[in-house]
Design a protein around this ligand. Structure first.
Ligand code: APR
Length: 234
């Protein structure tokens, strides 16, 4: 029988695609303190900076040199083999899993290529730059668009679906995440509590070795394809 697999991904899986991680750069995200660009307070006090920051991130994501790496591709292959027994829960706001071919992806921290109307709460796909003057297109009079990102202090998305998937997972794999931000950092315990085998794939040695049954150390582009091949061969 095919195993049920939940994969949690973090910034490390996209590092080799040219997107910087958060905590590998002295706590700065693209030269900015997280508090200055990724909190509701920052958006309230300095919306221009926050719009500009995410407009740049959105443009960067669409540059031709940013593309999925073999780790994203291996996870797409896993889904192709396991179908709806495979779910990716990502903390990443990039679209590299989808571009690699994965369809069952939950973006628990939102998405860069999306905008949210503050009046209706509706999210819409948005690839261009926008700011407080951009019409939302869904309300009259127009609502104001904000980046469709879950900021610090806001509630992550899809928690019910994630909890359901964790409760029936046979294998939980955490890839390229530092495990410092909750609730994602607690998923390994939840999965294990429900009986899943837990595996960590990261360039660094595990910071919480007791939380995982197994780990592979190395760059995602190497360890993820190798691990997925082993898993599919079992
Ligand atoms: N391959 C595998 N792992 C890697 C690679 C790589 N090439 N490069 C870095 N890593 C690992 C690092 O060792 C680290 O454990 O990826 C992890 C990146 O950690 P963070 O920068 O903290 O990213 P993440 O865990 O995704 O952050 C969680 O915090 O800032 C918020 O909302 C933001 O979603 C983000 C959340």
């Amino acid at each position: 029988m095919k195993p049920s697999v939940v994969v949690l991904t973090g910034a490390g899986i996209s590092a080799e695609s040219g997107l910087k991680t958060f905590r590998d750069n002295n706590g700065l995200w693209e030269e900015h303190r997280v508090e200055d660009v990724a909190t509701p307070e920052a958006f309230h006090h300095n919306p221009e900076l926050v719009y500009r920051f995410y407009n740049l991130r959105r443009a960067q994501l669409q540059q031709k040199e940013v593309y999925p790496n073999p780790a994203h591709q291996a996870l797409a292959q896993l889904e192709a083999e396991l179908g709806d027994q495979c779910l990716i829960v990502t903390q990443n706001v990039d679209n590299l899993h989808e571009r690699a071919g994965s369809k069952r992806v939950l973006h628990m921290h939102g998405e860069l290529l999306s905008a949210r109307c503050q009046r209706s709460g509706r999210s819409q796909s948005f690839t261009a730059a926008f700011d407080a003057t951009t019409p939302c297109g869904c309300c009259t009079p127009s609502g104001t668009l904000r980046p469709d990102i879950v900021w610090f202090g806001e509630m992550p998305l899809y928690m019910d679906e994630i909890e359901r998937a964790l409760s029936s997972a046979d294998i939980f794999i955490a890839i390229g995440t530092s495990g410092q931000v909750y609730p994602a950092a607690g998923f390994v315990q939840v999965a294990r509590q429900y009986g899943a085998k837990t595996v960590e794939l990261n360039t660094e040695a595990p910071t919480r070795p007791d939380a995982f049954d197994d780990y592979r150390q190395g760059p995602a582009s190497e360890v993820v394809p190798a691990y997925i091949q082993t898993l599919l061969g079992e």
